[in-house]
Design a protein around this ligand. Structure first.
Ligand code: NAD
Ligand code: UDP
Length: 327
């Protein structure tokens, strides 16, 4: 017996999930980490395995799950464009059927449930910065749609379960988050630039690098998610979580070059379709509801992340994510 709660984290072996599991254990909770390792490896949670309050289960959330828990953080879903576009039908299934299964579980065991939604629900926004009240500008039939529309549908399901079954739901919309334990080959911009810089390879800017993103460090994000879970039942969100500092992709590349001291060159490649031109969260609601704001600025977070990848590359890990043949 422990005084903590029994907490299920789906996608718990992933980049953000592993940080969340770690923090929940540190707070004295029992953690059930469920993952099918589609875009992660056991390595992210190996250091937790010996903790008797931690349990790791290989399971695909598109299939029902019957467990007794008090809280559910639903993170299962590939998050990088390379991963989610590899098997787009499975991506939509993971978001939609996964949400139905986890909401069904929450209803049965009367658990609180938090959905990790995304700034992608705003698509290529024509409103800047993006507040939660903005409904988005999303292509329903493009290459990113499996992710964007899957996440939008999951939000719909969460709010319908709230209206229809009075479930205690929480929805956070996460903006680009980075940090240690990102997959080195998942194609996201921070991991790509750092790995390229550390290997002395060309740094690949897609388009002319004038598109913007706002980068939040993983620790800040996890803190906000846990604060959101702890809010009273009438607080549902959606709430934007991110760091409002906005940078062009070229600025990010230049900062990575400076911090790594690499001799890598910048090269421009084709911009992927539907790539949002600008993105920055309006976090007024998070400040008000959660008394939260990010603490780690980009330069500081990049230093930590570079140190992680430096060690990883020195160890010579190959990182074959089992079902992602493109890696
Ligand atoms: P990640 O790919 O590292 O983690 C996702 C995890 O989900 C992986 O461990 C993967 O194996 C697992 N997974 C995928 N499909 C599954 C399935 N069907 N059943 C069980 N497990 C499955 O990505 P992340 O960055 O840690 O993202 C975590 C969550 O946060 C995702 O839901 C993502 O959409 C959301 N999010 C992340 C960001 C970000 O910038 N990191 C931004 C917006 C939203
Ligand atoms: N990007 C880039 N070079 C890369 C990877 C990504 O210029 O090697 C760009 C990408 O086109 C996008 C931005 O960086 O404009 C963020 O991409 P990421 O895949 O990290 O996240 P998302 O597009 O989902 O915000």
């Amino acid at each position: 017996m422990t005084s903590g709660k029994r907490v299920l984290v789906t996608g718990g072996a992933g980049f953000l999930g592993s940080h969340l599991c770690e923090r929940l254990l540190a707070q004295g909770h029992d953690v059930l980490c469920v993952d099918n390792f589609f875009s992660s490896t056991r390595r992210n949670v190996e250091h937790l395995i010996d903790d008797r309050r931690f349990e790791l289960m290989r399971h695909d959330v598109t299939f029902p799950l019957y467990v007794e828990v008090d809280e559910i953080y639903n993170l299962a879903c590939p998050a990088s464009p390379v991963h989610y576009q590899f098997d787009p039908v499975q991506t939509t299934k993971t978001s939609v059927i996964g949400a139905i299964n986890m909401l069904g579980l929450a209803k049965r065991v009367k658990a609180k449930i938090l959905q990790s939604s995304t700034s992608e629900v705003y698509g290529d926004p024509n409103c800047h910065p993006q507040p939660e009240s903005y409904w988005g500008n999303v292509n329903p039939i493009g290459f990113r749609s499996c992710y964007d529309e899957g996440k939008r549908c999951a939000e719909t399901l969460f709010f319908d379960y709230r209206r229809q079954h009075n479930l205690a739901i929480k929805v956070v919309r996460i903006f680009n988050t980075y940090g240690p334990r990102m997959h080195p080959h998942d194609g996201r911009v921070v991991s790509n630039f750092i790995v390229q810089a550390l290997k002395g390879e060309d740094i690949t800017i897609y388009g002319d690098g004038s598109q913007t993103r706002s980068f939040c460090y993983a620790d800040d994000l996890v803190e906000a998610m846990m604060r959101m879970m702890a809010t009273p039942d009438d607080v549902t969100g959606p709430v934007n979580i991110g760091n409002p500092g906005e940078f062009t992709i070229r600025q990010l590349a230049e900062l990575v070059i400076e911090l790594t001291g690499t001799t890598s060159r910048l090269i421009c490649q084709k911009l992927p379709s539907d790539d949002p031109k600008q993105r920055r969260p309006d976090i007024s609601l998070a400040r008000e509801l959660l008394d939260w704001q990010p603490k780690v600025q980009l330069r500081e977070g990049l230093v930590q992340t570079i140190a992680y990848f430096d060690k990883l590359l020195a160890e010579g890990e190959t990182f074959q994510a089992k079902r992602v043949g493109v890696l």
